[in-house]
Design a protein around this ligand. Structure first.
Ligand SMILES: [Zn+2]
Ligand SMILES: [Zn+2]
Ligand SMILES: [Zn+2]
Ligand SMILES: [Zn+2]
Length: 123
């Protein structure tokens, strides 16, 4: 049976339509943008999320430029906007502004520390 593949909006890799992550860039939303806070589908160009009302543009903590929140990487400098959930069992990638994990619901307390580490070129 032929597999139906669609290009990842982030890196262009052809990804199976039912995949949850892009195997190349690891994006959790290879086929469309999602609000990083409430996970509703969002579109570039809209001002706020229709689900939770958060602004869809934010300031990059790395370069200070304006960036779209669904892009996973800063529009201006290309730095990843994702950090990891601090729960060891979860460890899912989360948007840097999230105060709790959208997967396990645990609070993310060390976001600032993780941002600092990325700023300093670490992992
Ligand atoms: Zn990708
Ligand atoms: Zn939302
Ligand atoms: Zn940036
Ligand atoms: Zn989590």
């Amino acid at each position: 049976m032929a597999t139906y593949k669609v290009p990842c909006i982030h890196c262009g890799e052809m990804v199976e339509r039912d995949a949850h992550n892009c195997p190349k860039c690891g994006s959790r939303s290879p086929f469309g943008y999602h609000c990083p806070t409430c996970l509703k589908p969002i579109e570039r160009g809209n001002a706020v999320c229709s689900g939770c009302g958060r602004p869809l543009t934010t300031t990059c903590p790395y370069c200070g430029g304006a960036t779209f929140v669904g892009g996973e990487r800063c529009d201006a400098c290309g730095t990843t906007l994702l950090i990891r959930c601090e729960s060891k069992r979860c460890g899912e990638l989360q948007f840097f502004e999230n105060t709790k994990c959208t997967v396990c619901g645990k609070p993310i307390k060390k976001a600032a520390k993780q941002i600092e580490a990325i700023k300093n070129g670490g992992k």
